[in-house]
Ligand binder design. Structure first.
Ligand SMILES: Nc1ncnc2c1ncn2[C@@H]1O[C@H](COP(=O)(O)OP(=O)(O)O)[C@@H](O)[C@H]1O
Ligand SMILES: [Mg+2]
Length: 550
């Protein structure tokens, strides 16, 4: 089932994402469905999550899932319209079990349609498309209205998955298509029994579409971010490839994959190839697999980094300078500031700043405490070698790699935060959804029920001298300071003390969120100072409740 769309070998290794699947169920299938924005970096597993969801509901006759990857269809508005409609018909009739080509060409499309009403609806569109200068506004309107027609004709709820949604912006380069998002919004407002799930890898562009007040799609979607694997999820996936691998090596693989399921799968495949050549899986072999996958031209991680590097820089202005900056950050063992970069590149601070902004915007770097980090530590490692002409054999022996292996731990450093949107930003997103809801105090580690204030402003605060940073400073009827710690250790008293030191006098309430909870000492301290505390599970419950109350 769905075999052309979701390869059986991928179906077999699908791992984790239980919570996200539940969220999809709740948002898309509930009585009062909500449109969703699924976000996450490239290769974090967004498309696979959608495919798994579709597979699990393939027999559900009350819905029709339609998957469209906009990366494959935004060439011209005319082409977009044919394919946008064609994919919907493919999912109705082809069901992911046949090849889609006949549905994606205007000449054959109409012959695929068995339903009279649908065919009648398409005739004017086909005529329009055959004209020398078709009316693009009309074409786009018809295309965006099509899901509602499909819902009406089939009597099913249409779940419209639009993958790599940010690519819709390419249409705005064409005359008569500049308002494409506005047309979409109008159709979306009118459509009955259609639920939208948009998905994208370029975080800054997706945020501009969903969160900026001048965007026609502002505030239209509930946000579901996809994060890297936790160790337990990596471990589950690892054991599907190597059933009896010991804990230490599991930890090492998790470390070298940076929590990315894609990197992990590639490392595991390479390890198994080595094992097939008679080698035993040891710490050294894990490291050699990492190096071979990343630095040898035959490695898929190598190929992916090449692709990611090129495609990201294509989006950006000022190719040469950006490359120079990325190089410097990759090869320097110390974390670099803007002034460090300006000095080494002999450029003005202003010029470096605007280039760094661009690199943040296209999702390659992020900044914390005025230092710049790669978001993806593996890409950093790749740039450090391959952009300097160093590559290794596909199946290196121990002796081939001695220099690279001694440098490995120094060169491969995980950035200060995990891959992807930072947890701090995630928590700020949650705080922005507070709007007078009543919620049990136990989720905040206190006895009384609390009334969540409605904040007018939620920001990452930094004092002008740069000495004080607060992950979220929230202003409104109350002022809250919020700190987020996403480490594998529980937070201790010292951390709470330093948090209180920063926020004293500014705020009415303090909330500390720590993934692994708090030590006994920290709890005592929090109780005497009235600090609210939540761990990862409690945070998730808060998110669930906010979603349910909406
Ligand atoms: N839940 C998962 N279980 C197992 N492997 C996964 C999972 N998610 C992603 N992967 C691996 O990572 C690859 C990239 O995932 P994909 O969904 O295409 O990422 P995205 O759409 O976010 O760019 C997949 O082909 C698969 O090998
Ligand atoms: Mg994808």
């Amino acid at each position: 089932m769905l075999n052309y769309f979701y390869r059986p070998e991928d179906q077999r290794i699908f791992t984790g994402r239980q919570n996200e699947l539940e969220q999809l169920d709740r948002h898309l299938l509930g009585e009062q469905p909500a449109d969703l924005h699924l976000s996450g970096l490239r290769r974090i597993g967004k498309s696979m999550l959608i495919k798994e969801f579709m597979l699990r509901h393939a027999d559900d006759q009350s819905i029709l899932s339609v998957y469209i990857n906009l990366e494959e269809l935004s060439e011209t508005p005319e082409d977009f319209v044919v394919k946008f409609i064609g994919w919907q018909l493919y999912w109705l009739y082809g069901k992911g079990e046949t090849l889609p080509l006949p549905y994606l060409q205007l000449s054959s499309l109409i012959f695929q349609i068995q339903n009279q009403a649908l065919r009648d609806a398409l005739v004017p569109l086909v005529h329009e498309l055959e004209r020398l200068r078709p009316d693009r506004q009309m074409l786009l309107q018809e295309a965006f209205a099509f899901p509602a027609l499909l819902a009406q004709v089939t009597g099913r709820r249409i779940l419209l998955f639009l993958d790599e949604f940010q690519e819709i912006e390419t249409l705005t380069n064409f005359n008569q298509a500049k308002n494409v998002l506005k047309l979409m919004r109008a159709a979306k407002d009118r459509a009955a029994n259609v639920v939208w799930c948009i998905c994208g890898s370029i975080i800054s562009e997706m945020e501009a579409i969903t969160r900026e007040s001048q965007s026609p799609l502002f505030g239209q979607f509930s946000h579901l971010p996809l994060f890297p694997y936790l160790r337990a999820e990596s471990s589950e996936l690892i054991h599907k490839f190597i059933p009896d691998l010991d804990n230490r090596l599991v930890g090492l693989l998790h470390h070298y994959s940076a929590g990315s399921p894609f990197y992990l799968v590639q490392l595991l495949r390479r390890l198994n190839l080595f094992a097939g050549r008679g080698e035993t899986v040891t710490e050294n072999l894990v490291k050699r697999s990492f190096v071979a996958e990343t630095l040898s031209p035959g490695g898929l991680i190598h190929a992916y980094c090449t692709y990611l590097y090129n495609i990201s820089l294509q989006r950006a202005k000022g190719y040469g300078v950006l490359r120079a900056i990325l190089d410097l950050i990759a090869i320097n063992d110390d974390h670099m500031t803007q002034s460090d970069l300006a000095r080494q590149l002999r450029m003005t601070q202003g010029a470096v700043r605007s280039n760094l902004k661009e690199l943040e915007h296209i999702g390659l770097l992020h900044q914390r405490n005025r230092r710049y980090f790669y978001i993806d530590p593996i890409l950093r490692y790749w740039v450090g070698y391959v952009q300097h002409g160093i590559e290794v054999p596909e199946f290196p022996g121990e002796r081939d790699l001695s220099a690279i292996m001694t440098e490995l731990d120094r060169k491969y450093q995980q950035a200060a935060t995990e891959l992807g949107e930072s947890r701090e930003e995630y928590v700020r997103g949650i705080l922005r959804r507070f709007a007078g809801q009543r919620i049990t105090g136990s989720l905040f580690g206190i006895a009384d029920e609390i009334l969540l204030p409605c904040f007018s402003k939620v920001i990452a605060y930094r004092s002008s001298d740069g000495r004080i940073e607060i992950d979220a400073l929230c202003e409104g009827s109350e002022t809250w300071a919020v700190e987020v710690k996403w480490k594998e250790k529980s937070a201790g008293r010292k951390e709470l003390e330093s948090f209180m030191g920063k926020s004293v006098g500014i705020t009415t309430k303090n909330w500390y969120v720590a993934k692994r909870g708090f030590t006994v000492d920290a709890r005592k301290y929090a109780a005497s100072y009235g600090i609210m505390l939540s761990d990862a599970d409690q945070l998730q419950e808060i998110v669930d409740i906010l979603a349910a109350i909406r």
